[in-house]
Design a protein around this ligand. Structure first.
Ligand code: A2P
Length: 323
């Protein structure tokens, strides 16, 4: 049985500290990645309705379970409610679809993917756009009733834990006031250039664990920056000294901060390498040097207003305030 180090949620549930991210991996690519990840020892997989790969992931997982190679209880599966489902009455419907595609009776963690609600034509219209290319917003998004519907999924045993993604500190504080079951985990962009110190402090105060998406600094993103996080000289020099790769250093940095990481890779060599981060430890000095790479807001790579034109007009757009 694979033993992956874990952190513990406020409700006692354990999440493996590393999982396989699957955004932008579809069909055969994701099938191969999940298969190989399971062979390497990964037990935590992160997907979403939006990624449109739940079916392929479910195929591989169910094969492993039915062949007795892994028990369901050893796996940790996260999926996410799409923005077009950000309405109380839509939560059970979207989770039912996800469970069916994943061939599971429950997910370990169900997240609200983004605090903004959108209006789709149907369940498959996951990124609704109007004739001008603007995102079709549902201005009536109500987090209180939405969260209640999320809590009901825990009551029904369809999600072990529930959480949020891309929420800001004010939205978290609001949820904490009205929740009956609190968010167990908050998934946001975190990497060495964008360390989210203030938001981490808010989550820490409420005993909400954090999961970093884009932990390698999303190197596929063509940025105007001179160097990607993976190419930063502080990162590469620590890597060279310790005989590790820059990716391993970046992942280890977050792991030592008690942050769950979900690096995405479909490349066998990189996927294996990303999991080999438990045989070394960064010194306090290396941790400090990596901490000092933080660029705050300037280090943010995921700019939602570019891919969701007009999203900033929604009352729940999370990035209007500093954190
Ligand atoms: P690939 O799938 O070809 O490996 P993030 O999780 O920060 O969003 O980064 C994911 C991106 O980083 C993917 O494009 C992935 O490409 C690439 N990647 C994953 N692991 C590594 C690694 N160990 N070294 C360099 N690039 C990596």
């Amino acid at each position: 049985m694979s033993q992956v180090p874990h952190i513990t949620f406020c409700n006692g549930q354990k999440i493996p500290i590393i999982g396989l991210g699957t955004w932008q991996a579809r069909d055969e690519e994701v099938r191969q990645a999940v298969q190989l990840a399971l062979e390497c020892g990964y037990r935590h997989f992160d997907t979403a309705t939006l990624y449109q790969n739940e079916e392929a992931i479910g195929d591989v997982l169910s094969k492993w379970i039915s062949e007795g190679k892994v028990a369901r209880e050893e796996l940790f599966i996260t999926t996410k409610l799409p923005t077009i489902g950000n309405r109380a009455e839509d939560v059970p419907k979207f989770l039912t679809t996800s469970l069916k595609k994943l061939q599971l009776t429950y997910v370990d963690l169900y997240l609200i993917h983004f605090p903004v609600g959108c209006k789709g034509k149907d369940e498959n219209d996951l990124q609704p756009r109007d004739s001008e290319g603007k995102v079709v917003l549902d201005m009536s998004t109500d987090h209180k009733s939405l969260w209640k519907a999320m809590e009901e999924q825990v009551d029904a045993g369809r999600a072990k834990s529930i959480g949020i993604s891309n929420f800001n500190s004010e939205q978290i504080e609001r949820i904490m006031k009205f929740c009956r079951i609190q968010p167990a985990n908050h998934q946001v962009e975190i990497h060495a250039f964008h360390q989210q110190r203030e938001l981490r402090a808010v989550c820490h105060k409420h005993n909400i664990t954090m999961c970093a998406y884009g932990p390698l600094g999303a190197p596929y993103k063509e940025k105007t920056k001179e160097k990607t996080v993976l190419q930063d000289p502080v990162v590469t020099s620590i890597a060279a000294r310790l005989g590790k790769t820059p990716a391993q250093i970046l992942l280890r940095h977050l792991i030592q901060l008690n942050i769950v990481v979900i690096p995405k890779s479909s490349n066998p060599e990189r996927l294996k390498q990303n999991f080999q981060v438990f045989d070394f430890k960064l010194s306090d000095k290396d941790m400090r040097d990596l901490d000092n790479l933080d660029q705050g807001k300037d280090g943010k790579l995921f700019i939602f207003t570019e891919s969701m034109i007009g999203v900033e007009n929604h009352p729940e757009f999370p990035f209007k305030i500093p954190f």
